[in-house]
Design a protein. Structure first.
Length: 251
């Protein structure tokens, strides 16, 4: 999978300074990794204006890593801890997976199911998708907005899937389809390599994935096609709302 997009002009200029200043320990390195420039919050002359003081903006500005990176790390930890530690596996199976019959008793599972995966291939491809597309969306819209898109896409995906099936759910696919849908609207210039071989516009990829899910709806392939469609619709709606807005870039 490969992305092609224009980088922020400031991303190409390296910081100058002594070696000890650039590599003076883990703390300064993490501080530089989390440094951001919000180009949405500048006036017509390019001067910064008063930043938002929302909770998500304050948390995102202080984080040394991105929300998408944290989500990726949690998914990997949940999978491997559950794989190697039986008591963790039992906890995951009983308290983190989303099941329609127990959703009212355990409402938190409508969030936690997104961090659980059914096998290594399921985890690998979802995390690869999150690494490329999740981080790119967060780079463009900011951490707070990215988290809203991801979580709401995952929630609506779960609700839609539970409306048509009682099979327990795991995986971040619904949320990731929301990420893909939003990027297709606000960044149509992105191209990807489908199956690592076929170059394709992100918008055509969205159309193709949606058609596949519609064609296989109701099949016994153990894939939550309705969740994919619902997550994609949420992402497209967010993209339409954000279309034309100035974007947020990491320095």
């Amino acid at each position: 999978m490969q992305l092609q997009f224009d980088l922020c002009p400031s991303a190409s200029s390296a910081q100058k300074g002594p070696v000890r200043e650039r590599w003076g320990g883990l703390g300064p390195l993490l501080a530089r990794a989390g440094r951001r420039v919000d180009y949405r919050r500048r006036d017509e002359w390019g001067d910064p204006i008063t930043p938002s003081t929302g909770l998500l903006d304050r948390i995102g500005a202080l984080m040394p890593v991105s929300y998408s990176g944290v989500i990726l790390l949690i998914c990997i930890l949940v999978f491997f801890l559950g794989y190697y530690i039986p008591i963790v596996e039992e906890f995951v199976q009983n308290y983190l997976i989303l099941a329609r019959n127990h959703a009212l008793e355990m409402p938190w599972t409508i969030l936690t199911y997104m961090f659980v995966h059914g096998g290594f291939n399921h985890l690998f491809f979802n995390m690869l998708f999150l690494f490329f597309f999740g981080m790119e969306l967060e780079r463009r819209v900011g951490p707070g907005e990215f988290l809203q898109i991801y979580i709401l896409s995952g929630i609506f995906a779960a609700l839609a899937q539970m409306a048509v099936s009682s099979v327990p759910m795991v995986g971040a696919s619904g949320a990731l389809y929301g990420v893909l849908g939003c990027l297709a609207i606000i960044a149509p210039e992105i191209r990807l390599l489908l199956f690592f071989m076929i170059p394709m516009s992100i918008r055509w990829a969205v159309v193709l994935f949606a058609l596949i899910d519609l064609l296989f709806m109701g099949s016994a392939d153990n894939i939550a096609h309705m969740a994919h469609i619902a997550g994609l619709v949420v992402g497209l709606a967010f993209g339409q709302m954000m279309k034309g807005q100035a974007q947020y870039y990491y320095r």
